[in-house]
Design a binder for this molecule. Structure first.
Ligand SMILES: Nc1ncnc2c1ncn2[C@@H]1O[C@H](COP(=O)(O)OP(=O)(O)OP(=O)(O)O)[C@@H](O)[C@H]1O
Length: 398
């Protein structure tokens, strides 16, 4: 187990500043995912932690010990790459033993044929073979030890790469998009296996992905990186329900969050002809943005099953439906706010809550309802307005 501390990490390649001052603490035994769109600097940060890349500025500590100047192999860190980087001419057993051989056998003893000329090293070789066997059993690949990588499936290769990293008994496990070469079904399976491996090993994991579903389902916390800056670091549920900015709100959740430009009035927030009763005491005339998750919206229309009564106060919006995506268990409805055709709306709803017909047909005009508590309010620069400070302001005005 290891605690990782990054302080003010900067990195440029030529004139391009890729990391702009990253500070991050990863706790002992935590599973932290680093997410962000392509090119935002995820792999560079991982390579800096492992020692494969040097930061221009900033420090890396593991359990309080300075790592910044140490060579990769001195850091006790294991890394699994996207392409697995297995040696094609070696068996699975030889691939998995390689980190042990490099760390523990003297150079001359690693050369071909030296096994017979260094009998005094036989106990060490047997111990290493035992370690490989043990990790192979843990990953259910012990029956594959004599095969070469070309004789394995994608998922099996992936497990060999994990095994090769684990065999060194690392304190910190780094993974760079390890599932991206697997098909969708296998990805779900291996995802669960990695989570199980994390639980069983108790190791600290830092996992890079651009896939928000992976990050949200696997991690204790998610760190969202954008253009070399950390936008927010939080548990998945917090990132989803309490995004600190519009950029975070847009990255997490599919379909994307609905963003409605409104203007504050004394009685609420005005969206075209609709007045949303979110009267938070904003100065009249202030432009704001209201975020509503597609799955927070419920539809009603003539001919549809009646909605269950709401548990708390609700917002109501009229929508002009443009298209319906039927995903089997649920539907996604796209459309526009009535009378404001440029403002797109998306709703995600369980199909069983609809009228029960096989082919979903909805009237063009729909009425949408969302619990008020699910609305997230941002200022015009995209920063989330803290609900507590909003409440305090309301009290002060009362
Ligand atoms: N060795 C290098 N030399 C020059 N530029 C580099 C180097 N390594 C990375 N970059 C650039 O740094 C930026 C960040 O790259 P990085 O691989 O860290 O992004 P990423 O978030 O991991 O992207 P992806 O999800 O596509 O792998 C990119 O613009 C990339 O082209």
């Amino acid at each position: 187990m290891a605690r990782l501390t990054l302080s003010d990490i900067h990195k440029s390649f030529g004139s391009t500043e890729v990391l702009k001052g990253i500070s991050l603490d990863v706790a002992n035994g935590e599973f932290l995912s680093l997410v962000g769109s392509s090119g935002c600097g995820k792999s560079t940060l991982l390579r800096i932690i492992s020692g494969l890349e040097t930061p221009d500025r900033g420090t890396i500590e593991i359990d309080g010990k300075a790592m910044t100047a140490l060579a990769p192999k001195a850091r006790g860190v294991a890394m699994v790459f996207q392409d697995y980087a297995l040696y094609p001419h070696m068996t699975v057993a030889q691939n998995m033993a390689m980190p042990l051989i490099m760390a523990r056998l003297p150079f001359h003893a690693r050369l071909p044929g030296m096994k017979w000329l260094t009998p005094h090293l036989a106990p060490l070789r047997a111990e290493m073979a035992g370690q490989v066997e043990q990790v192979a059993q843990q990953l259910h690949i012990d029956h594959l030890l004599e095969r070469r990588p070309a004789q394995l499936s994608g998922g099996q290769r992936q497990r060999v790469a994990l095994g090769r990293a684990l065999v060194r008994n690392p304190t910190l496990f780094l993974m760079d998009e390890p599932l991206s070469n697997l098909d969708a079904k296998l990805r779900v399976k291996v995802r669960t296996e990695i989570v199980d491996l994390h639980r069983a090993s108790g190791l600290t994991f830092v996992y890079v992905t651009h896939d928000q579903v992976e990050a949200m389902t696997m991690s204790d916390r998610v760190a969202l990186l954008q253009a070399g800056t950390l936008l927010q670091v939080a548990p998945p549920a917090t990132l989803y329900a309490e995004p600190q900015s519009i950029d975070v709100a847009k990255f997490i959740g599919s379909p994307e969050i609905n963003l409605l430009p409104v203007c504050a009035e004394p009685e609420g927030l005005r969206l075209g002809a609709t007045l949303l009763p979110l009267s938070h005491g904003f100065k009249p005339g202030t432009d704001l943005i209201v975020g509503l998750r597609p799955e927070a919206l419920r539809l009603s229309a003539p001919g549809l099953a009646q909605l269950r009564p709401a548990e708390g106060p609700e917002l109501q919006l009229d929508m002009v439906q443009a298209s319906i995506e039927d995903l089997g268990s649920e539907i996604v409805v796209h459309g526009a706010v009535a009378a404001l055709p440029d403002i797109a709306l998306r709703i995600r709803a369980q199909k069983s809550l609809q009228s029960g017909v096989h082919k979903i047909a909805l009237p063009e005009r729909l009425s949408l309802h969302a619990p008020m508590a699910t609305a997230v309010i941002f200022d015009i620069n995209g920063k989330r307005l803290d609900p507590q400070s909003v409440a305090r302001r309301q009290e002060a005005l009362a």
